[in-house]
Design a protein around this ligand. Sequence first.
Ligand code: ZN
Length: 195
Amino acid sequence: MDIYSGHINKLIEQLSRLPGVGAKSAQRLAFHIINMPQEEVDGLTNAITSAKANVRYCKECFTLTDEEICPICANKARDHSTIMVVEHTRDMAAYEKTGKYNGVYHVLNGLINIQKGILPENLNIQSLVNRINDDIEEVIIATDPTVEGETTALYITKLLDGRTKVTRLAHGIPMGGHLDYTDAHTLLKAFEGRK
Ligand code: ZN
């Protein structure tokens, strides 16, 4: 890497820290950025800085939002008695795209993974328990059908046992598949077949 200037090396190094960006992609991106018009580079850096400064977790459901309470939790027309539990904000976005779910969400921000040291207390699970009261009629667990997704679903189901009705999204989603890559039709079928 010594053939490049120190500034380019620094940029490549930073980019290669991003998930899914290998050394080669980082180089390609770095040279692309260098060749971009100044205003586009400014637009990109401003978007990163202001997103980091202004985006936070919703106090209610823990999705990423610009407000204290996200638009879905703040929407009185939504069914606040049904909570769908998802791994990430992007999974919630996948359900919103179907336009068929009118309840609210709870974003765990990860899944239980003992090997990686991710325990229930590292996730937004206690805050889910705190949301359960007599007004909550159903909690739908919509984590991916992976080992971690099933473990997390089982853990939450046991935790909420006797406190409210808990359903698991049926597996229209392929084993090991990720919710955010699944098309709307599969999601809908999974949603209708929950048990
Ligand atoms: Zn919210």
